[in-house]
Each structure stands twice: as C-alpha cells, then as structure tokens.
Design a protein around this ligand. Structure first.
Ligand SMILES: NC(=O)c1ccc[n+]([C@@H]2O[C@H](COP(=O)([O-])OP(=O)(O)OC[C@H]3O[C@@H](n4cnc5c(N)ncnc54)[C@H](OP(=O)(O)O)[C@@H]3O)[C@@H](O)[C@H]2O)c1
Length: 256
C-alpha cells in the first residue's frame, strides 16, 4: 500500500520550500530523468498546438524552479519546433546559491543547457534555438540523420552528438548526458519522447501539473507510443493552488 502523499496548499509554501520539495536526489550517481508536463483535467497536452494555453501562475512558478534545479533541459524536436524553443534563462544568483548548497545549479550561475532530441536532425539553423543568447544547444541525434543537416547545425553553434543509430535510445541519451557531466536531467516532453522514455523504463520521475480546465478537441495526451509499458509510480506530493491548479510529483518506486 502506498503512503498518503503530502497534500499542501501552495500559499503555505515559500520559494525555498518549493526548491526543497523539488530537489533532485543528493549527488545522483547517474543521470536522474525528471519529466515535466502540464495537462488539462480532460487530458489535453496543448491548446491549438501549444502548451501555453494550459499554463497557470502555479505551473509557471514550478516550471521555472525545475529549470533552476536542472543541469540540462531535454526536449523532443517536435516540441522545440512547435514552441520555438530558445535558450533557458534562469536566475543566476539562485543557480549559484543552489550550487553552494549542493542542490545543483551552477558555480558561475550559468543556465542549464537545452538538448534537443531529433532522429532526423530536422531543425532550422536560423531558429531561436541557435540565435537566442545563452548556453550552446546540444543536438542529440542519430547516425542515420543526413550528414549535411548535422554539419549545418554544428556550423550554427550546436553541439551535435549521435546517440543512436536510427533513433535516440534511452541508453544513448543517458550516456551522452553522463559524459557531459549532466545528471540532473529535466525533460520537458513532448509526448513522443516521453512515450519512448517510458517504454525504455528510463523515467525516474514525473512532475505533472493539472490545469483546471476542459479542452476536448483532438489534442494529444502527455505520453504517446506504439507500445505500452505500465509503470507503477509513487506520489510524493500534491500541491493545491487557489485557482484549482494541482501540482503533482510522482517517482518510480525503485528509485526512491
Ligand atoms: N503540455 C505540456 O507540458 C507539453 C510539453 C511538451 C510538448 N507539448 C506539446 O506537444 C506537442 C508536440 O508533440 P510531439 O509528440 O511532436 O513532441 P516531441 O516528442 O517533442 O517531438 C517528436 C519528435 O521528437 C523527436 N524524437 C522524439 N523521440 C525521439 C527519439 N527517441 N529519438 C529520436 N528522435 C526523437 C523526433 O524528431 P524529428 O522529427 O526531428 O526526427 C520526433 O518527430 C506540441 O503541441 C507541444 O506544445 C506539451
């Protein structure tokens, strides 16, 4: 039987309380893959193809905190394209403070790097990902991706890494991040990448915001895959905001 999770009112929490509630395990020995999503209460992952319509103040607050705590933000190319991803812009003073307290962050206050997962290296070298000032983007791609595209992304400033033959495997992703010294991993989706990670049994944690709205339509759910992999998870906390937003954190039991 699962322990009852902590059910907390957001108004009772300070910013430091939230940092503690979302802290990664101390000094993870290998990459810890945390996934973050927001969903409507009827399961939609976007409104008109973007997730922004689901965001609430509480979700945005936790979204920022999760980036502040991470070494790297991993995202599928579909999401990077749909959401026009740029560099992560985090609080440099907070990142320094987190580093000094052993919670991640960065000694110099640098933001986490963005790592885009793409089988085909189909990214626009002139997109925000490469032009937004910030840390150099990492492109996790495959041996099969066209060489000219990989060369163009390298020329645009990306660090191109092959992490699989025809798709980026969970093992390839972990190895690449481990070699870069990045163990506090924040995956911001999307559904196809999350589905692949679930099926590969590579997800250590899910932070899921339930946004208090119904959407209907033909929007996707948070994980999609041709295969299913039922994976029991343990609830670590539920945080309620006054507008009805529920912030949840779920951890895979063997990683507790
Ligand atoms: N509500 C939320 O929190 C949230 C979060 C994220 C995304 N979204 C929404 O989700 C939608 C995007 O969905 P999506 O399924 O297209 O997203 P996705 O998983 O971000 O992108 C799919 C693409 O990512 C690449 N990819 C994924 N897994 C891969 C793997 N294992 N190996 C190699 N490449 C891999 C492939 O790129 P290539 O085609 O380049 O090879 C694939 O076509 C958008 O509407 C976005 O707004 C919502």
């Amino acid at each position: 039987m699962q322990r009852m999770p902590n059910a907390i009112q957001l108004t009772e929490l300070t910013h430091d309380d939230l940092l503690a509630l979302y802290a990664y395990p101390a000094g993870p020995a290998e990459p810890w893959i945390r996934v973050n999503f927001v969903s409507s209460i009827d399961g939609a992952v976007s409104v008109d193809g973007r997730s922004g319509g689901l965001g609430t103040p509480a979700d945005k607050k936790v979204f920022r905190i999760l980036r502040d705590l991470a070494d790297v933000v991993v995202v599928g190319a579909g999401t990077a394209r749909a959401e026009n991803y740029g560099a992560a812009h985090t609080d440099s003073q907070l990142r320094i403070r987190l580093h000094h307290h052993g919670f991640g962050g960065d000694a110099a206050g640098a933001p986490p790097r963005i790592a885009v997962v793409t089988a085909t290296a189909t990214l626009d070298p002139s997109s925000r990902l490469f032009t937004d000032t910030g840390a150099r983007p990492i492109i996790l791609t495959t041996a099969a991706a066209p060489e000219d595209r990989k060369a163009a992304l390298t020329a645009a400033g990306g660090q191109v890494i092959e992490a699989g033959d025809t798709s980026v495997t969970a093992g390839g992703l972990r190895k690449a991040l481990e070699e870069l010294g990045m163990r506090r991993v924040l995956c911001e989706g999307g559904p196809a990448l999350f589905g692949d990670l679930i099926v590969a049994e590579a997800v250590d944690e899910l932070c899921l915001t339930l946004s208090p709205m119904l959407v209907a339509g033909t929007e996707r759910r948070i994980a999609m895959s041709p295969n299913a992999m039922p994976t029991p998870m343990t609830c670590r906390h539920l945080i309620f905001d006054q507008d009805g937003t529920i912030l949840t954190r779920w951890v895979r039991p063997h990683t507790l």
